[in-house]
Design a protein around this ligand. Structure first.
Ligand SMILES: [Zn+2]
Length: 203
């Protein structure tokens, strides 16, 4: 069955977007056909919830359409790919998550701009790693399963990670700059305690 064969839609994709060929990214990309305002819904993905064992039975192309939504759980849409499945990665994205399956604009997007999110916002599995040639000035060169641990990305995408990754980040503690502030406050407090202890035997 060709991907143009009519079939019930699994995903929602904003009417303001269209699919265009992006051969340098291995196929297609999603482009704004009219202005999109910050916060607008780009797409909402649907499909079947599958575990890692089932993901491992998929071919490379099918697996590239899988979206991780929880620890050990993935969203997969069997059947012909729909346009909503062609949202590419960028290391300098203009879209991010609002919940597990919805993508929203992170800023105003002009007509003709490709809509991309950073796969670090949702993916944390080895099979999702790839060498990146997104063309962004700050391209990481390789998208890795543990990119969500990077303090710079945690700061940049705060509020727009998939919720399961945000929970992991929250469990790690605050991002680095705030950890540094807490540490210096702790050092001052322990110095004060030390001086009290030294003074104590004299009283
Ligand atoms: Zn990149």
């Amino acid at each position: 069955m060709s991907e143009d064969t009519p079939h019930p839609q699994t995903h929602f994709l904003s009417m303001k977007l269209r699919r265009e060929p992006y051969p340098e990214k291995g196929g297609y990309g999603i482009v704004a056909a009219s202005p999109i305002r910050r916060g607008e819904i780009i797409c909402v993905w649907g499909g079947r919830i599958v575990n890692r064992a089932e993901v491992d039975t998929l071919g490379d192309v099918e697996r590239s359409y899988v979206l991780q939504i929880e620890d050990g759980l993935f969203l997969f849409a069997p059947g012909p790919a729909e346009h909503a499945e062609y949202v590419n990665h960028s290391c300098s994205p203009n879209a991010g998550f609002a919940g597990q399956i919805s993508l929203v604009a992170l800023r105003n997007i002009r007509p003709g701009e490709e809509v991309c999110f950073d796969y670090a916002m949702s993916e944390s599995s080895d099979f999702a790693e790839f060498d990146c040639r997104c063309g962004a000035p700050d391209c990481r060169g390789r998208v890795r399963a543990d990119d969500w641990k990077r303090a710079d990305l945690q700061h940049r995408y705060r509020g727009h990670f998939s919720p399961y990754l945000q929970r992991r980040i929250d469990a790690l503690g605050e991002p680095l700059p705030q950890v540094a502030r807490v540490r210096s406050a702790g050092t001052r407090a322990s110095r004060r305690r030390t001086s009290v202890l030294v003074a104590a035997p004299a009283t």
